[in-house]
Design a protein around this ligand. Structure first.
Ligand code: ARG
Ligand code: ZN
Length: 485
């Protein structure tokens, strides 16, 4: 392996995903406007997201008290119409909407299921930038996914944690709730004094008045709604920095102070590895795409998995280990910066994050990625036969249904696809491809076709290209266990 000796690559200028181009001639009223769609045709979640507009910024002003479990919110959404609109939808689950304005004028609205339909007084013209505000309140809900996992708003004793993959962010704010529409965020949250309220990005304000503390968090880089988080409660927080030789950015960690002794110390030790993991990840994947990093560990809520919430992944205490930390930090590149166009492309997130774990182990005195691949292929990786066989249930890029988007084929067999690419093109080209892929799609969206096309284009020679086509057919799209490891 030559990777350790390779010079770090520098990323080209970041593409301006949020740059809004001025559109001429959009002053007339849109008599011909029609309603925006209530979904963006996601293959697994047809009602998530909305058509007809593109959000640039969410400004959320929230208040929450864990004792009463009452949330108040004002969401100011800055967006641009992508067609002439007579109405548009936002995704919102539960909660009571008090009023909606568009461009400062009261708008009519109605609710149906998780859809909030807004009818602006004047229609919106294609290309028009507009500001919509929604004021709402109520008890935010926990969402149960098709696979039985919990997301949305998780309530603890005097604490709360908001997580949103794939759908749960609509339990606490109205949005265009689909990974294809990323935006910048400012999240301001007021909680009873003595509690912390932690969110994505960097803290820009913390003030206490009349027994309540307000925290303001700023996320400048585009973020998908499923990556927004809020952690409310008592936390032990710590600030440090990543190495100056690399990104040199703030590291913000928060640990639930009620973790049992032993677990607490173990968690602290794991989180202390963040700067080292960041160095390793930057060497392998290129420049970190965000302006801060960190982690949140909580044992008070019923969270059965870790999640790569942007800049600050969250972990239940049982998943606060080094390998999961590597996985969630790798997602900041794979998933958070380069985001799937639909939930069918989830293997691009999980295959890479899983492969990052294998690489970390390989580089830190453990099994090589080849060993891990072989163990999975031979059915000797997991203890139970059922777990070993679950990898072959469906091809990674063709999940069976919404309940299986987080299943083993997406993770392990997804990782095996990445390993097959490495085996086909060799280490030097492999790392060029990974870093080139991340640079090309930085802060934007990509699907499986974009990925296979990119890899083929940069494979080096026709022989590799031919072999890659077989890898796609057998490993990415093929049913069952491929014959040839
Ligand atoms: N994306 C998370 C991870 O692998 C797992 C989330 C699982 N979520 C769920 N609702 N099943 O890091
Ligand atoms: Zn993951």
């Amino acid at each position: 392996l030559t990777r350790g000796l390779r010079a770090r690559r520098t990323a080209p200028a970041v593409l301006a995903a949020l740059t809004l181009t001025a559109v001429a001639g959009c002053t007339s009223s849109s008599a011909d406007g029609t309603p925006g769609a209530a979904g963006v045709r996601d293959p697994f979640f047809p009602e998530l997201g909305n058509g007809g507009y593109d959000v640039a910024h969410y400004g959320l002003t929230l208040g929450y008290d864990p004792e009463s479990h009452h949330l108040t919110g004002a969401a100011e959404i800055t967006a641009r119409a992508t067609k002439n609109l007579s109405a548009f939808n936002l995704d919102l689950k539960g909660l009571k909407v008090k009023d909606v304005t568009v461009e400062g004028k009261k708008a009519r609205f109605n609710r149906s299921g998780d859809e909030l339909t807004v009818r602006p007084r004047n229609g919106l013209d294609r290309g028009e930038k507009f500001r919509a505000t929604v004021r709402y309140s109520g008890a935010p809900q926990t969402v149960t996914d098709a696979d039985g996992s919990k997301e949305g708003w998780l309530k603890g004793d005097k604490s709360a944690l908001a997580v949103g993959e794939p759908a749960g962010s609509m339990a606490w704010f109205p949005s265009n709730n689909h990974p294809s529409d990323k935006a910048a965020y400012d999240i301001q949250i007021t909680v009873p004094k003595g509690l912390q309220a932690i969110s994505n990005g960097e803290l820009t304000k913390e003030t206490t008045t009349n027994g309540r503390t307000t925290f303001a968090w700023h996320t400048a880089e585009p973020m998908a709604s499923y990556l927004a988080t809020l952690a409310i409660g008592e936390y032990d927080t710590k600030k440090s920095m990543t190495s100056k030789a690399n990104s040199g950015i703030p590291v913000f960690t928060a640990i639930d102070p009620t973790l049992p002794e032993g677990k607490y110390e173990k968690t602290e030790k794991v989180l202390a590895k963040i700067p080292e993991i960041m160095d390793w990840a930057e060497l392998n994947f290129g420049d970190y795409p965000f302006s801060s990093t960190g982690a949140i560990v909580d044992g008070r809520v019923d969270l059965g998995y870790a999640l790569e919430t942007q800049t600050k992944p969250v972990f239940p205490v049982e998943a606060a280990d080094a390998s999961t930390l590597v996985h969630e930090l790798a997602h900041q590149w794979f998933g958070n910066s380069v985001t799937p166009k639909s939930w069918q492309d989830m293997w691009l997130n999980e295959g890479f994050a899983t492969y990052a774990e294998w690489l970390w182990e390989e580089d830190n005195g453990g099994d090589s990625a080849q060993d891990t691949f072989d163990a999975l292929y031979e059915g000797e990786y997991y203890e139970s036969k059922a777990d070993n066989e679950a990898i072959w249930a469906f091809p990674p890029a063709r999940q069976s249904d919404a309940a299986s988007i987080s299943d083993a084929p997406v993770y392990d067999r997804g990782g095996m696809v990445i390993h097959k690419i490495r085996e086909t093109v060799g280490d030097e080209t492999f790392y060029d491809i990974i870093q080139g892929w991340l640079n090309t799609y930085r802060h934007s969206n990509a699907n499986t076709k974009d990925f296979t096309a990119y890899v083929e284009k940069h494979a080096g020679d026709d022989k590799s290209r031919e072999e890659l086509k077989r890898v796609w057919a057998d490993w990415l799209y093929g049913e069952g266990k491929p014959d040839n490891p």
